[in-house]
Design a protein around this ligand. Sequence first.
Ligand code: SF4
Length: 119
Amino acid sequence: MTKQELICIGCPMGCPLTVEMEGKEVKSVAGYTCKRGKVYAEKEVTNPTRIVTSTVKVIGSSLTAMVSVKTKEDIPKGKIFECVQALKGLTVQAPVAIGDVILANVAGTGVDIIATKNA
Ligand code: SF4
């Protein structure tokens, strides 16, 4: 049996979580105040994922020089660096609307990068 200590990122309370595992199987989670903490802990020790947010340059917009973007869904934590690299130096042409796909299938994750701002 192994133990992992985590801090829940589900809200600003930051509850300290303790996960007990046997091999790759979660045996117990302790320390959570609400159900989101338990779900987070189970996912974090078995298949950690994150939403990635960033900005990319936009050309031809009278509103802004940069547009904020994010992954449409969580991507595996191990793909974050590759995702950030793929966004580096990326430029898009205005007009851009919230929800537009800026980069499809980022880092081979099957998840698109979408705009979170109009430009
Ligand atoms: S367990 Fe619930 S209350 Fe505690 S940090 Fe996570 S989301 Fe917030």
